[in-house]
Structure formats: structure tokens, C-alpha cells
Design a protein around this ligand. Structure first.
Ligand code: CIR
Length: 257
């Protein structure tokens, strides 16, 4: 795998009203979130990708998390049907940006009653693990697999118990290496990989992203940083504290392809 392009969207001021399961962390500081977004873009550019920066959308508080309304594979793009009502319209906003890179034939859709969030999709080569979650339902997964099969790709389903999205707790770093936390440490689905176990107090940092040999790690998680470096990767850290307050991590903030 090598990524050439990344799509991100600037956070909106309305992000302070974004969905969160952790209100005790407080509301995000918008100015700080913008600065962290700048640093995120700079880190991606260091990894050698072209970054397309979409403008903020005030009507969608969670719209900086572009990973959810689309999934991009090496064979084509899938516009999803996001499972949270306040986010569903984000699919229509991401589609024109995706179409800059793919023609008609290579853009497919998940449609009602199917729902799916891109955060539930983890790519491992040509295999896609999909989490069945509060956002992604059986019908959404069925449609997703049908589209993949049409492109000669394949998928398998993973049942989630606790986390919001599949990639909240498990992320693939390429070369057979996988970061696993919580419920994913013992799942038979991932037995075949070299699993790097994340301690519970650093669980947020299970959401790292591999970009062309470098792994971007959230700032402030020393055990995970060391484990990723010990696995042989170059690393860049980026502070995502303001996105964490909305249950968002590094992967949620971009589409990489
Ligand atoms: C949400 O609840 O939808 C946002 N506050 C966070 C989305 C995180 N996205 C992701 O894990 N892919």
C-alpha cells in the first residue's frame, strides 16, 4: 500500500456541539482545534501525500471527521449512509470531493435502510473488516460487501461490544502489525496478526495511522509511542486533545488513498 492523496475538512466552530460520549472532558477549544488541525495536515504532508483541504461546514458539527461519510479503496469509493441523524447529511457534502478523484463507475453508495460509518471499516490489504456498531447495521454491511465483491475485494464482519467504532480500538499498521486495545485484544478475528497490545490507560492511542511507512501517533501516550517505534516505524506525534473530547481520533480526521 502507498497513499498518494488525503482529504480532510476544517473543523467548524459548531464542533463544540458535536456528539460525545465523554462530556466530562469538556467542550473543545475551537482555536486550539484549528491549530491541531494545521499540525495534522503538516504531519500528513511530511509523509508524502497530497492533502485536499475542504472548507468547514457549520451545519454539521462533526463534519471534520471525514472518515465516516466515505470509504475509499484502491478500486473505488463508497459514499456511506452515516448512522447518526445529525451527521447523515455529511454524505452529500463529501461526495463532490470524492468525485474529483473517481469517475461515475467507481463511486457507489450505501442506501437506507442500510447504515454504515467509515470509522467501522478497517482495511488490511484487499480485506476489509467492518464493525457492526450503533452506527453500522447488518444491511449496511451486506451492501458494503456486495460492492467490494464487485471490485474483487472482500470483507468480514466484527461484532463490537463497547467502542463507538471499530477503529476506536483496533488499527492496522501494515507489515502484519496491528494495534489492539480492550475488547480487541482477545478477538479471534485478529489472531493471525502481530498484535501490539495497548494498555487500558492509553486506549485512546489505539487509533494511530500508518501513512507510507510512518505512523502518526497522538501526543501524550508514551507507552504506545515506544511500542510503535520498537516495531520499527518512524513516528510523528500530533496533539488531538480537542478531537478526543468528541470521541474522534487521528484516523477519523482524514480519508487516505
Ligand atoms: C461522532 O460521534 O460521530 C463524532 N463525534 C466522532 C466520530 C469519530 N469518527 C471515527 O471514529 N471515525
Amino acid at each position: 500500500t502507498k497513499f498518494t492523496n488525503v482529504i480532510v475538512r476544517r473543523p467548524a466552530k459548531s464542533m463544540v456541539e458535536g456528539i460525545t460520549s465523554a462530556p466530562e472532558l469538556g467542550k473543545p477549544d475551537y482555536e486550539l482545534a484549528l491549530k491541531q488541525h494545521d499540525d495534522y495536515i503538516a504531519a500528513l504532508k511530511e509523509c508524502g501525500v497530497e492533502v485536499t483541504v475542504l472548507p468547514a461546514l457549520e451545519q454539521y458539527p462533526d463534519s471534520c471527521f471525514v472518515e465516516d461519510p466515505a470509504v475509499i479503496t484502491r478500486c473505488g469509493a463508497i459514499i456511506t449512509n452515516p448512522g447518526a441523524a445529525s451527521r447523515n447529511g455529511e454524505k452529500d457534502e463529501i461526495e463532490p470531493a470524492v468525485r474529483q478523484f473517481f469517475d461515475n463507475e467507481h463511486v457507489k453508495h450505501i442506501v437506507a435502510p442500510g447504515t454504515l460509518d467509515g470509522g467501522d471499516v478497517m482495511m488490511v490489504g484487499d480485506h476489509f473488516y467492518v464493525g457492526q456498531s450503533a452506527r453500522t447495521n447488518e444491511e449496511g454491511i451486506r451492501q458494503f460487501f456486495e460492492i467490494l465483491e464487485g471490485w474483487g475485494l472482500e470483507g468480514s464482519e466484527v461484532k463490537l461490544e463497547k467502542v463507538l467504532h471499530l477503529k476506536t480500538g483496533v488499527n492496522y499498521l501494515e507489515d502484519g502489525n496491528m494495534l489492539v486495545s480492550g475488547e480487541f485484544v482477545t478477538k479471534p478475528d485478529f489472531e493471525q496478526y502481530h498484535r501490539i497490545e495497548i494498555p487500558e490507560d492509553e486506549a485512546y492511542a489505539a487509533n494511530c495511522i500508518w501513512v507510507n511507512g510512518t505512523v502518526i501517533v497522538p501526543e501524550g501516550y508514551p507507552t504506545v509511542l515506544k511500542a510503535v517505534q520498537d516495531a520499527g516505524y518512524e513516528t510523528i506525534t500530533v496533539d488531538t486533545s480537542e478531537y478526543r473530547k468528541l470521541d474522534g481520533g487521528l484516523s477519523c480526521l482524514s480519508l487516505r488513498f
